[in-house]
Design a protein around this ligand. Sequence first.
Ligand SMILES: NC(=O)c1ccc[n+]([C@@H]2O[C@H](COP(=O)([O-])OP(=O)(O)OC[C@H]3O[C@@H](n4cnc5c(N)ncnc54)[C@H](OP(=O)(O)O)[C@@H]3O)[C@@H](O)[C@H]2O)c1
Length: 223
Amino acid sequence: MKSGAHVTIVGRREQPLRDLAERYPAAVTVVAADVCAPGTADRVVTVAAETYGGLDAVVNNAGLARFGPIDALDTAYLDEMFAVNVRAPADLIRCALPLLRVSRGSVVNVSSVGGVLSMPGRAYYGATKAALNSLTRSLARELAPDVRVNAILPGPVDTPMWTDTGLDDTGIERLRTDLVASTPMGRFGDRAEIGQWVCTLLDPALSGWVTGALIPVDGGRTA
Ligand SMILES: NC(=O)c1ccc[n+]([C@@H]2O[C@H](COP(=O)([O-])OP(=O)(O)OC[C@H]3O[C@@H](n4cnc5c(N)ncnc54)[C@H](OP(=O)(O)O)[C@@H]3O)[C@@H](O)[C@H]2O)c1
């Protein structure tokens, strides 16, 4: 918004979206919907196109994390995570494609270092992000030179995600301590440190020759 973008934001809870839209009334349009529900992707693209007259970019940020060893997790969690982390991004890209081709636009998928590192205790989540990385690289070639497709791979970032992973408080605290200890920069990342990279990948003046890139923004975890 600060760089002059007009944005259509999506989430299931309407109030946080409305709160943001109130701060930037001319720049933000709200769609309260589940990205996995049939018809959401079409609706989002239609709202964006009708409100702003076209579409320059798609950011697939919504994600679901369910952590735990394989013998403690119901396989249904794998389906749930694939639906949010892989199927929904693919569907939104598909629906947005005609408009992105016109604008020679850009897609940024918010993936995870979990898609390239081994993830004991978080294997299902890692598998969904590995699939999103694969989707990113394949679509980058398939859609070039019209549409660029890249992914940001965050390391651990302080967000509400950490309060809703399926692990109990002790398990989360232990995991957070281990992650800080194994991150060369010695701390969790900040949301703005991810957002800045998303904006860079959306801006053709800064990244117009970058496509198919999986960019770790991870405090050195993959170094
Ligand atoms: N935090 C980290 O350490 C970390 C590390 C690596 C990668 N990531 C990735 O970064 C992305 C953002 O994660 P975060 O940490 O900001 O997580 P978060 O705090 O849990 O936020 C997730 C966001 O996605 C929305 N969302 C989730 N499921 C949705 C659905 N079915 N339909 C519509 N919206 C949905 C949520 O809004 P509603 O609840 O209102 O729907 C919320 O705004 C995710 O893809 C995550 O996998 C995070």
